[in-house]
Design a protein around this ligand. Structure first.
Ligand code: GDP
Length: 147
């Protein structure tokens, strides 16, 4: 089992799409093991997007990511990292395939709906960044006991 980190970005919160995006993850069979709303500050945004710090669009990421709170989620399942990245779709929603979260809900790269960890190693770092080892729950679904 893998656990990955997801952020529902400010456009998702503002447009009332939180439930629809979570449904995509649940419908796939992934298990939500952590869920919280967080107001990000400059320190955590700068750390999270450190690899983009020299890009001309970095200031717009900084202001965008703190426009509203975000929803941070820990999501568990077999191959959760690649599965969630597939559901997420390409970075630019105009290139993301219909059927993917960004392909169905996003329009511009400035507000591309969702962040999802891109590797198992990154997921560990990002889960620690946003959950700090707390509020991630290990539980068994009754259905898994029956099947
Ligand atoms: P991701 O893993 O698909 O989210 O893509 P990256 O790790 O390459 O980029 C991180 C985030 O930076 C993306 O999700 C976008 O929100 C943002 N970003 C990437 N490229 C651009 C760009 O060219 N312009 C703008 N405005 N934002 C970008």
């Amino acid at each position: 089992m893998q656990t990955t980190l997801i952020l529902l970005k400010p456009d998702t919160v503002e447009r009332g799409l939180i439930g629809q995006v979570i449904s995509r993850l649940e419908n796939k069979g992934l298990t939500l093991v952590g869920l919280k709303m967080m107001q990000l500050d400059d320190a955590i945004i700068n750390e999270h997007y450190d690899f983009l710090a020299d890009k001309p669009f970095f200031p717009s990421i900084q202001s965008y990511m703190k426009r509203t709170p975000v929803v941070a989620m820990a999501v568990r399942g077999k191959n959760a990292v690649t599965t969630v990245r597939s559901l997420t779709g390409a970075t630019n929603p105009s290139e993301a395939l219909p059927g993917s979260i960004r392909g169905d809900f996003g329009l511009t790269i400035d507000g591309n709906i969702i962040h999802a960890s891109d590797s198992e190693e990154t997921a560990k770092t990002e889960l620690n960044r946003f959950f700090g080892g707390k509020d991630i729950f290990d539980y068994t679904k009754m259905i898994e006991e029956i099947l």
